[in-house]
Design a protein around this ligand. Structure first.
Ligand SMILES: *Cc1c(COP(=O)(O)O)cnc(C)c1O
Length: 385
C-alpha cells in the first residue's frame, strides 16, 4: 500500500482557525443559522450562499473543514458533504439529469443506486447496466441521449475493476459526464479525478467514518458543476450533513491511513487462506483476481472488504456458515473497526439480483481491526460445521 504522505498530513491535522493558540480539532458549530449585522448583508449572503454561512442546510464551518479535506484528498476543486451516501447520489441525478436522458451504469452497482435509477424512470430518465467491463461493451451501451456514465470500481460484491482511464476518456470524447462511486478505495487509494472523472462520490458511512457510528456521503467535482448541484439539489433536497456528524468524520479521517494499512493486510491474509480452503470455490478480492497491471495503474492499495463463494452454494448452507461465525457480526454496511459478514439472499425474479448476476453461495466479509488470527480461526470453525 502506498499512501501519499501529504494525504496522511491532511487526514491527521485540521486547519488552524482563529488566533493562536489553536485548538487541534475544529469546533462543532452546532448552529442552524448565522446572524448578520444588517438585512442588506443577509441579502448579499443569499447571493453567494454556496460560499457564505447563512443556514446550515447550505454551509456550516465544521462541515466545511471536512469538505476541504475530502476535496484535497481527491485532488478535486470542491466537495459537498451529505447526510448519507444515497443523498449524494440523489444530488447527482437530481442536479444533473433531465427528462429524456439516459444513464449507463458500469460494473456491479450498489443495489439502492439502481433502485434510485428505477425511480427516475418516472421522470423519463432511462438507464442500462453493463456488466461486461471491456470499454467496447460500454461504448455499445451509449445512446445519443446518454448523459452520464456511472461506475463502481472495485464493484459491489464481486470487487471487479473497471479501467477508469479508458471509461473517463470514452465519456469525455462523447461529451458524457463520468461519475464514480469511490467508496471502496477511499480517497487515499484511488484518485479518479486524476484519471479524468468529472464526479467522485463517497459513502463516508463506510471507511471515512470508519467506526460504524455515523452516516454521511460526499461529492467532489469542479467549482462550476458543484455550484449547479448546490443550487439545484443540495440546498433544496435537504440532505446536508450535520456539524456533529462532520466532526465524527474528521475524527475518523485521522486514523484512516492506519486503519487501511491494517485492514489491507488482514483481509489479504484471510483471502489467501480462504482460497486454499476446501469448502471455498472462489475468492473475490481485487488483489487476487484483478488484472495486476490495471490495478497498479489506478490504485495504490487495497481495502479490507472482499467476498468468497462457497462450494455448496445452497442458501441453507450459506446461512449455516454465516450464522456459525462468532467474530464477524451479521449486518449491512462495511468499512468499520468491527468485522462484518453479509450474504445476498437469492430472490427469484428480483430485478436488482438479475441485473447484478451474483453467484449463489456468495459471502461478503468486511475485515475490521480485531486480531487476524482470531478472525481466521472463527472462519475455520464456521466453515468446518
Ligand atoms: C453504503 C453504500 C452506499 C450508500 O451509502 P449510505 O451512506 O448508506 O446512503 C453507496 N455506495 C456504496 C458502494 C455503498 O457501499
Amino acid at each position: 500500500m502506498h499512501i501519499d504522505p501529504r494525504d496522511v498530513e491532511i487526514c491527521v491535522h485540521d486547519q488552524p482557525i482563529g488566533e493562536p493558540p489553536h485548538p487541534t480539532s475544529v469546533p462543532v458549530f452546532q448552529t442552524s443559522l448565522f446572524s448578520f449585522p444588517s438585512l442588506e448583508a443577509l441579502g448579499e449572503g443569499f447571493l453567494t450562499e454556496s460560499r457564505t454561512h447563512v443556514y446550515s442546510r447550505g454551509q456550516n464551518p465544521t462541515v466545511e473543514e471536512l469538505e476541504r479535506k475530502l476535496a484535497t484528498l481527491e485532488r478535486g476543486e470542491r466537495c459537498k458533504a451529505f447526510s448519507s451516501g444515497m443523498a449524494a447520489i440523489s444530488a447527482v441525478f437530481f442536479g444533473l439529469l433531465r427528462a429524456g436522458d439516459h444513464v449507463v451504469f458500469v460494473n456491479q452497482i450498489y443495489g439502492p443506486t439502481l433502485q434510485l435509477a428505477r425511480q427516475f424512470r418516472r421522470f423519463d430518465v432511462e438507464h442500462d447496466v453493463v456488466l461486461e467491463l471491456d470499454p467496447d461493451a460500454v461504448e455499445r451501451a451509449i445512446r445519443p441521449e446518454t448523459r452520464l456514465i456511472w461506475v463502481e470500481s472495485p464493484g459491489t460484491m464481486l470487487f471487479r475493476l473497471v479501467d477508469l482511464e479508458a471509461i473517463a476518456g470514452l465519456a469525455r470524447s462523447r461529451g458524457i459526464l463520468s461519475a464514480i462511486d469511490n467508496t471502496w478505495a477511499t480517497p487515499l487509494l484511488q484518485k479518479p479525478v486524476l484519471l479524468g472523472f468529472d464526479l467522485v462520490m463517497h459513502t463516508a458511512t463506510k471507511y471515512i467514518g470508519g467506526h460504524s457510528d455515523v452516516m454521511a456521503g460526499a461529492l467532489i467535482t469542479t467549482e462550476q458543476r458543484m455550484e449547479t448541484i448546490f443550487r439545484r439539489a443540495y440546498l433544496l433536497q435537504g440532505g446536508a450533513l450535520g456539524p456533529w456528524d462532520a466532526w465524527l468524520l474528521l475524527r475518523g479521517l485521522r486514523t484512516l491511513p492506519q486503519r487501511l494499512r491494517h485492514q489491507e493486510e488482514a483481509a489479504l491474509d484471510l483471502a489467501r487462506w480462504l482460497e486454499e480452503h476446501s469448502a471455498v470455490a472462489s475468492v473475490h478480492h481485487p488483489a487476487l483476481t484483478a488484472d495486476a497491471e490495471l490495478a497498479g495503474r489506478q490504485m495504490t492499495g487495497f481495502a479490507g472488504v472482499f467476498s468468497f463463494v462457497l462450494r455448496d452454494g445452497r442458501w441453507q448452507n450459506v446461512c449455516r456458515v454465516v450464522d456459525g461465525l462468532r467474530k464477524f457480526r451479521i449486518g449491512v454496511s462495511w468499512g468499520g473497526v468491527d468485522s462484518l459478514v453479509l450474504a445476498p439472499k437469492p430472490f427469484p425474479g428480483s430485478e436488482t439480483q438479475r441485473k447484478q448476476s451474483l453467484p449463489p453461495g456468495l459471502v461478503r466479509l468486511s475485515v475490521g481491526l480485531e486480531d487476524v488470527e482470531a478472525l481466521r480461526s472463527d472462519l475455520s470453525q464456521a466453515l468446518s460445521r
